[in-house]
Write a protein that binds this ligand. Structure first.
Ligand code: NA7
Length: 537
């Protein structure tokens, strides 16, 4: 047995020590349960530990991107910027781990490779890449939604003679771009954040863009101390508002359709929301931006106008304008000086729609029409989202059924939290829950609290096994699909839909009914004695 493991038998194994895993461990401790957390990285923090690229920053404001369970911490912690940068969030999570003495039950540098359910004992055997197997009643996945990096699907990465980095696995030490010719593939959230930073340092930066993105400026800066005082005074009401909201941020719900106001008033309102530097404010300016194409066009055109205003070269500006998918249906991004960066002399934009990538070479990149030489390549090519990190493990349920087989046509879950045939397995922010369409800590705390309540209920009622029933799972999966079909989300090739990974089933993996409605549903299910679950001794 590894020196890091105290036992080979636990009440619960938690997989991952990011926002979810840390709070889950704290919750399990509070219930008096024995638990171990396995974390593949060499420190806690999850996505906020490994995404260390320059410019990495959260797109939810600092005051709202935090735990609410520790009211003293909420008052004590001092955020320094309007939007928190990766080092600050990592410092926050490290502090939480120390403050609650969590590290002693976290085994670092250890990746869970398999979890097999044994029907005879009703327990799970969880195996890690250090070769150990532990036995647990419950397995709780806290693996995150965006933790399996995806390389570009072009050949030749091994041939490249220079250094290359994926934004999702950035090295700890600073990468120096001074005097370097740098190429970057990808203009999603990560690309949009790293591009302005690298451009400041590199001799030349060439951006390879396949799909342009709608980017809202952060107008980031030192945090407003008056706002801090006000939020700290009213944290309980503000947290409650976030819990009841559509996206997990404390904004009042929109009241009007974009089409019922006159164009001038609408433009002025978008300008006001834009000036707030908050993507959610723009996204929730009107009720119908994500469900009505005509309404959505008004927001899309507003963003196009801003791009044309900022970017000096009209051809470059047009290349940066997203025109073939609705605003907000691929993850809308937030940037600092993103569009402005294309006014720099040392930055070139390559439109891969006109000149597709063919391969990576020893010297750089080859497109259909040319060859590009680089000292450094950055892959901001995203993740195998949502299901990727779960299916990277060999999870087997009843009768040895692999999760990968059960989900071969897309994820089937009940509430995004549990899977029929996989008793006592819970998936925090799993597919079929609001997850990435929520401010993550809000979604995470709701799941952890709900799972904790279920475990307490089971103990009170002498039950040892909880399993979603097949019918409830099917109905839920169908509901998630129906809700998604009622939105414009289906019109974009997004990672929400699995469209970024070749061969992945094209299934919308996120519950779009809103964070508040989802919470109510989960609460009603709990109040009805965990309707849809089979609880047994
Ligand atoms: P994203 O949002 O998936 O962005 C990946 C980007 O990489 C996107 O622009 C892709 O273009 C591009 N990409 C991926 N593969 C290729 C290939 N083969 N050729 C050219 N371009 C490619 O990932 P991020 O890391 O930026 O953000 C992920 C989430 O993290 C983000 O939404 C936040 O929630 C935090 P495409 O759009 O597929 O045409």
């Amino acid at each position: 047995m590894s020196t890091n493991l105290k036992s080979t038998t636990y009440d619960a194994v938690v997989i991952g020590a990011g926002f979810s895993g840390l709070y889950m461990l704290h919750k399990l401790r509070g219930l008096g349960m024995s638990a171990v957390v396995f974390e593949a990285a060499d420190d806690v923090g999850g996505t906020w530990y490994l995404n260390r690229y320059p410019g990495c920053r959260c797109d939810v404001e600092s005051m709202h991107y935090s735990y609410s369970f520790d009211e003293e911490l909420e008052q004590e912690w001092e955020w320094t910027e309007k939007y928190p940068a990766q080092p600050e969030i990592h410092a926050y999570l490290s502090h939480v781990a120390d403050r609650h003495d969590l590290r002693k039950d976290i085994v670092l540098n250890t990746r869970v490779t398999s979890a097999h359910y044994d029907e005879g004992s009703g327990r799970w055997a969880v195996t890690t890449d250090s070769g150990e197997t532990v036995d647990a009643q419950f397995v709780i996945s806290a693996v995150g939604c965006l933790s399996t990096p995806k390389a570009p699907e072009i050949p030749g990465l091994d041939d490249f003679a220079g250094d290359w980095y994926h934004t999702g696995e950035w090295p700890e030490e600073k990468v120096d771009f001074t005097g370097k010719r740098v190429g970057i593939i990808g203009t999603g959230s990560s690309g949009i954040q790293v591009i302005p930073e690298v451009a400041k340092e590199a001799a030349h930066l060439t951006v390879f863009q396949r799909t342009p993105n709608y980017t809202i400026p952060t107008f980031n800066g030192p945090i407003d101390q008056e706002l801090v005082a006000d939020v700290k005074k009213n944290y309980r009401e503000i947290r409650q508002m976030a819990k009841e909201s559509g996206f997990g941020v404390p904004l009042p719900p929109p009241e009007k359709s974009a089409l019922e106001v006159d164009p001038e008033e609408r433009y002025a309102y978008y300008s006001k929301m834009w000036a707030r530097g908050s993507v959610t404010s723009v996204l929730t300016a009107y009720t119908d931006l994500l469900v009505d194409q005509e309404a959505n066009d008004t927001a899309a055109h507003f963003v196009h106008d801003r791009i044309r205003e900022i970017v000096e070269d009209p051809e470059v500006a047009e290349t940066l304008c997203p025109k073939d998918y609705p605003f907000g249906t691929k993850r809308p991004t937030m940037g600092t000086d993103y569009y402005e960066t294309f006014n720099r002399d040392n930055v070139t934009l390559v439109d891969l729609r006109k000149d597709p990538l063919e391969r990576i070479t020893a010297d750089g990149l080859k497109t259909e029409q040319g060859e590009w030489e680089f000292d450094v390549l950055i892959l901001a090519t995203g993740f195998d989202a949502m299901t990727g990190p779960l299916l990277a493990m060999d999870i087997r349920g009843r009768a040895g059924q692999p999760l990968a087989e059960k989900w071969k046509d897309g994820p089937h879950t009940y509430l995004g939290l549990s899977v029929a045939g996989f008793p006592n397995l819970f998936t925090i922010t799993g597919p079929g829950s609001p997850s990435v369409l929520s401010n993550m800590p809000v979604a995470i705390e709701q799941h952890v609290d709900w799972i904790g309540d279920l475990l307490a209920y089971m103990r009170e009622h002498g039950q040892s096994t909880a399993e979603a029933d097949q019918q409830s799972e099917e109905e839920w999966t169908q509901l998630v699909a129906e809700y998604a079909n009622a939105t414009l989300h289906m019109k974009a090739n997004s990672w929400y839909l699995g469209a970024n990974v070749p061969g992945k089933p094209r299934v919308f993996m996120v519950y779009t009914g809103g964070v508040g409605v989802y919470r109510e549903t989960c609460d009603e299910i709990a109040e009805a004695g965990y309707k849809g679950f089979e609880l047994s001794a």
